[in-house]
Design a protein around this ligand. Structure first.
Ligand code: ATP
Ligand code: MG
Length: 573
């Protein structure tokens, strides 16, 4: 139960709507019970009066109006309860989602968060949804049920103490026993159901995303079979759930039937010490109607197992500490955006080897450094360290004279612009994909950037409103790369980090892009990662990495003069 605490705290903010929902649920329950009880008594009393002399004096109007009133109150109460509690729970759900998302975002990328995408989606949607079930399925029916039992008992005691207390006592006992029995019957299955639902989503997404690859390698049927097996497990859990629900409701009706027999037997000799009269019908119908307030509780507790498992799964995420935390307050720094890397070493959390070792780089503001190295030599890692995706294991990095760890996130993102090795195109319009780099950019600025990187063909047809990504226009690898460069042109930060920006482009386009970048490089501090030894003489320094270590560092001419690895690479091309 302690697992639910972080989420229950969020309920506080919506206490008014949630408690009004409970009061309206109570009013609806009382109107329902009142309707059945009053009309039962009214019909019997009217029948008895019709057979006796009392037909002259029997007041048909007052109970008739009462029945009408209760019927209208029931309808209005149910409507009001639905409106109020839906409104409150949707607001609560918004808060729950935001609360979870705010905790999740700083954890990416984190080695601790070893969760598959589909599973994360399942946590974000299904598990978060389960948190508002605590109110809808447990708190609201139990509180309104308990209050309704007390009201019903109070009214019946007024007519007959023994009968009132017997019915009230029996209802309370059922209210206490049913949840315990059905929580135990449903807990294990509920836990499995939550995990199996997530497993089915993971398998289904694997199969869908890799469909063409799986078909080409003849593995599609094997993966489809895995999806079907995962589905079968979930269906078995759901079947068990349905059986437990049915059992809970069936047994509750049986208990209610016996309660009715018991009340009839006790009331047969008359209610409140009087001779047998239509009040017996009132008692009997009150017992019959009490099933209304127990029914929502009958199956509710079998879902508690699912809800608790969902809470545990969410807690795995929200209780993880992020690897990198940014200070709220930014730092005072100079306006000369130099980069100073001192004895920097870094080892990925799930690896034993250092990805970069003892790196020392001094890049004054406005200078350009090219970083070369074989695949896996730590080039992209260096870039990730500069943008604080990870923190150094040893050493330190200073930007504009201030320690990187003192920069606030907004400050750092404003100062550094990155074209990463893998450019992500968002599922949105061309405009959306460009304005993430510069939200205030005007339409003409976006078009100019696209023209510069040679993507003006994308403007044909719907222009900037053309849809990219899933369900829209698919882009080639080279086009995606150029979208990344267009974003860098728009962001216009003083420091520019580029990770193989021209990889996958033909020679002519590469040259064209390099010319644009060179113009853009003016007055900026640039770190340029590349495999291609093109135009490197234009850089102020070149750094050659091997297995995370700097093996050569200097200008193009001095490295050629050294006749070392860089010179060798130049000659082999
Ligand atoms: P490429 O030219 O292929 O892009 P690179 O020089 O950019 O290579 P990095 O991506 O920096 O290489 O990787 C350096 C080393 O760190 C590699 O051995 C890689 O396997 C490892 N590595 C990269 N990312 C991770 C990670 N998230 N967890 C563990 N190891 C990683
Ligand atoms: Mg790389």
């Amino acid at each position: 139960m302690r697992d639910l605490l972080p989420y229950l705290k969020l309920y506080k903010k919506h206490w008014f709507g949630l408690s009004l929902g409970i009061w309206l649920a109570l009013a609806t329950l009382l109107a329902s019970i009142g309707l059945l009880t009053l009309s039962g008594w009214f019909l019997s009393a009217a029948a008895v009066a019709g057979l006796t002399i009392a037909r002259e004096t029997f007041n048909y109007m007052l109970p008739g109006a009462g029945v009408r009133g209760a019927a209208m109150a029931r309808t209005a109460g149910r409507w009001g309860e639905r409106v109020v509690s839906h409104d409150a729970t949707f607001k609560l759900l918004t808060d729950l989602r935001l609360f979870f998302f705010k905790r999740l975002a700083p954890l990416i990328p984190s080695a601790k968060l070893n969760i598959r995408d589909a599973d994360m989606l399942n946590r974000l949607v299904a598990d978060v949804d389960a948190m508002d079930h605590v109110y809808l399925r447990l708190i609201s029916p139990i509180v309104s049920g308990l209050l309704a039992i007390l009201c019903l008992t109070g009214v019946l005691v007024w007519f007959d103490t023994t009968l009132g207390l017997t019915l009230g006592g029996a209802l309370i006992v059922i209210l206490l026993i049913w949840p315990v029995i059905f929580y135990r019957l449903g807990a294990n299955n509920g836990e499995q159901l939550t995990y199996n639902k997530s497993a089915l989503r993971v398998k289904a997404l694997d199969w869908l995303q890799g469909y063409s690859e799986l078909t080409l390698f003849g593995a599609e049927s094997r993966y489809r079979q895995a999806v079907l097996e995962a589905q079968q497990k979930l269906v078995t859990n759901q079947l068990h759930n349905a059986k437990v629900s049915g059992l809970a409701q069936g047994l509750l009706m049986l208990a209610n039937g016996w309660l009715l027999v018991c009340i009839l037997w006790l009331a047969a000799d008359g209610v409140g010490g009087n001779a047998p009269d239509p009040l017996i019908a009132l008692m009997a119908f009150a017992a019959l109607a009490s099933v209304e307030l127990l029914m929502p509780i009958a199956g509710a507790f079998q879902y508690l197992g699912q809800t608790l498992t969902s809470a545990k799964r969410l807690n795995e995420v929200i209780l993880s500490e992020p690897d990198v935390t940014f200070p709220e307050q930014g730092v005072e720094h100079s306006q000369a955006y130099s980069i100073h890397i001192d004895q920097a070493s870094f080892c990925y959390p799930n690896s034993d080897n250092f990805a970069v070792k003892q790196l020392c780089i001094d890049l004054p503001a406005g200078k350009k450094l090219a970083v070369l190295g074989q695949t896996g030599s730590g080039k992209s890692t260096l870039l990730q360290l500069l943008v604080r995706h990870w923190d150094l294991t040893q050493g330190n990095i200073q930007i504009a004279g201030a320690d990187l760890r003192q920069w606030s996130e907004a400050q750092l993102r404003q100062a550094i612009c990155v074209v990463s090795q893998k450019v992500d195109v968002l599922n949105g319009s061309l405009r959306d994909n460009l304005t993430i780099a510069s939200p205030d950019a005007k339409e003409t600025e976006l078009m100019v950037a696209l023209n510069k990187v040679g993507l003006d063909t994308l403007l044909e047809g719907q222009g900037l409103d053309a849809w990219l990504g899933d369900g829209g226009r698919q882009l080639s690898g080279g086009e995606k790369r150029r979208i990344g460069i267009a974003r860098a042109l728009l962001h216009d930060a003083p420091i520019l980090l580029l990770d193989e920006p021209t990889e996958g482009l033909d020679k002519q386009t590469e040259q064209q892009i390099m010319n644009i970048l060179e113009q853009h490089f003016e007055n900026k501090t640039v770190l340029f990662i590349t495999h291609r030894l093109v135009n490197l003489h234009k850089f102020d320094a070149i750094c050659l990495l091997e297995q995370g270590e700097i093996v050569e560092y200097g200008s193009h001419s001095s490295l050629i003069a050294q006749q070392g690895r860089y010179c060798e690479l130049n000659q082999t091309l």
